[in-house]
Ligand binder design. Sequence first.
Ligand SMILES: [Zn+2]
Length: 487
Amino acid sequence: MLSVITWLADTSVFRYLRTVSDLSILYAIIVFAVAIFLWEEYLASRQRKVLQTAQKVPADLDGAISSETFEKARLYNIDKSLFESCHNLFEIILSTSFLLLNVLPLVWSLSAHTLRWAEYDGEIKQSMVFMLYSSLLSTVIGLPWSLYSTFAVEQRHGFNKQTLGFFAKDKLKAFLVNQLISLPIVAMIVYIVKAGGDYFFLYLWLFCFVVLMFLMTIYPEFIAPLFDKYTPLPEGELREMIEALAARLHFPLKKLYVVEGSKRSAHSNAYFYGFFNNKRIVLFDTLLEDWEKTENDTDEKKEKDMEEKDAKPESAKDEKPKSAKDESGERTGRKKGCSNEEVVAVLSHELGHWSMNHVFKNIVVIQINLLLTFVVFAALYRYQPLYRAFGFGQSMPVIAGLVIILQHVFAPYSTLFSVLVTMMSRRFEFQADQFGKQLGYAALLKAALIKLTADNLSFPVYDRLYSAWHHSHPPLLQRLAALQKTE
Ligand SMILES: [Zn+2]
């Protein structure tokens, strides 16, 4: 393996890299970022043209989606697209200025000052302060955009269910939890690179693998409940139907939850997680047509309400989600969400992912990519001109090397990789649909997909190039067509 690294460091690409001047490395990185920005803006403008011209419900959806819903989806998506374009323009200007103004070394030396002030020293501690400042900076800069997206764009189209208080608490909590998890990981990564010797990339990869598995295990159990409320799906018809499906497929279903996604937003979904024989299914409350009714029937809910009232009286008025159903009553003329049969059809798709090992395949692809990344990083990270290009002078801190190489130098490769992963994911979606179809759920799945599209105000017509670049899930019409085939 070591010889691979030396060989890699000696290949023509890397030899060429050594002959170019420091600044041309920086300029090449900026040119690539701007090129990707322009390409994505071009795609967005193509999609906006579709949004502006497609004013009629496509023939395949005639009768399934009302022209009123279609028009609402059209306006929502135009709004969203314009907002995203403004945000992207801001981001590219900001990140280019940061690179040209050497903000990275600035934050690095600020961390050194902080550390000295606190009478500490050492690269690992400085790296942690550096990461803390960096994420503080990006969170603060992103805040106005996030506020506008939630309380202007989403609000205008009836999706926002958050109050300002909930939003602030949610963001703060997310920031703190993020730091608690990422700072020790950063410290460990820097330590491994510095102390790991010639084979540090192998240890680094192993460490990341273990951390990923650990986070996947504890996330649903301990972290996700900090942000949303998970309630076991009460006994009843839906539960029986889902358990029957799981039994039929030998899916080791241990727990079945409903998550109150509607507190945050009214976009709906369902997923499963867990290793080996310990699987859980989570349904978003917005997926279920009858959720509120069943929820009110359970004693647990009443108990929880009492507890909440006792504990902190302000939370009741602060976080009370407006009922999605009441609103949609006026909006679409039908209840939001899917019938029990349709929910089971959606789950037949999800269990298709399980049956065909899609999660496992994803992990394998990500791990292979990670190992490759670290091998190339090992060949590059002692290359001084890279650090000079980003304004670091003679110092070569590991954390800066990680940011420079993984985020900036690898950008072309990462872009290609994400396109390939998106393609793979679309294939998996079609396969999962086919799985549901083989179980006899084609018609119900089609009905559910149409309802979810209407509920989420997804716009069913897409520019081909735009969709190929962005969509990890195939658009509705393609999925319906695939479900239709040989039917
Ligand atoms: Zn899927």
